[in-house]
Design a binder for this molecule. Structure first.
Ligand SMILES: [Zn+2]
Length: 252
């Protein structure tokens, strides 16, 4: 089928690519179902959606690692002592030091970011990370902290993939809120088509990644990545409580 028509309605993925040999990055669409346990959905239905997703990713059931996200600036480090099925870390970024744990970040309008250091074959650590950055996360520097954690663990050439979120034209906020964030990050200031104050969170995230020396790879061939405009994506602003999409990084 023509994947430019409305891909998220039939495919579970908004975008899904092997970004380098043996490493994949994906962002889910509504067809993958709601993947969050905290939006009031039937927990069994959510677990079924997660199992279906893991099968689609080609990974073991219950091996996908989620976080308990609270708009904090905490970065969780997954290590050898961690096992799948354990309590999700209370964090808004999560690092797999070896890149061996499949990672998931859940969003519906906030910005999901996947990070990966170069492979060991190319002199890197192979570490991977996911980050949840909404307005609070952009302000508290969660992206910067996640990049810092990767650097501390020896990462050199870090690449980022920025997933679907509400865009700078749609994210209307009170003037004071825009001014406050723009004081720190001028590119965060935006306007709606009507001329009212807005925030451009993806632009702010790009700025923070560039400051950290991280290269952003574009999601080539993806449909509109604005969650509020593209109904194949979950949007809390358009439809509160409908669900969350996932940003994913894994080695099948
Ligand atoms: Zn938009």
């Amino acid at each position: 089928m023509d994947r430019t028509v409305d891909p998220g309605r039939t495919s579970p993925f908004h975008w899904n690519e092997e970004v380098r040999p043996g490493l994949r990055v994906a962002f889910t669409a509504v067809a993958a179902g709601n993947l969050a346990l905290h939006v009031g959905d039937d927990p069994d239905a959510v677990r079924q959606s997660r199992r279906r997703l893991e099968a689609a990713l080609g990974i073991r059931a219950e091996s996908l690692r989620f976080m308990s996200q609270t708009h904090s600036d905490r970065v969780a480090l997954l290590g050898a002592s961690d096992r799948a099925g354990r309590v999700p870390p209370d964090a808004d970024a999560m690092v797999s030091a070896t890149g061996s744990e499949p990672l998931a970040v859940l969003v519906a309008d906030c910005v999901p970011i996947v990070l990966a250091d170069a492979d060991p074959d190319d002199g890197g650590t192979g570490a991977t990370a996911v980050v949840h950055a909404g307005r609070a996360g952009v302000a508290n520097g969660i992206v910067v902290k996640a990049v810092g954690e990767l650097r501390r663990r020896g990462a050199g050439t870090i690449t980022a993939w920025i997933g679907p979120s509400v865009c700078g034209s749609c994210y209307e906020v009170p003037d004071a809120m825009m001014i406050e964030l723009a004081r720190e990050i001028p590119v965060a200031a935006s306007r709606t088509p009507a001329g009212t104050a807005a925030l451009d969170l993806p632009a702010a995230v790009r700025h923070q990644l560039a400051q950290g020396g991280v290269t952003v790879e574009e999601l080539r061939g993806a449909a509109s990545s604005c969650t509020q405009e593209n109904t194949a994506l979950f949007s809390h602003r358009r439809e509160p409580g409908a669900g969350r999409l996932a940003g994913l990084v894994w080695r099948p």
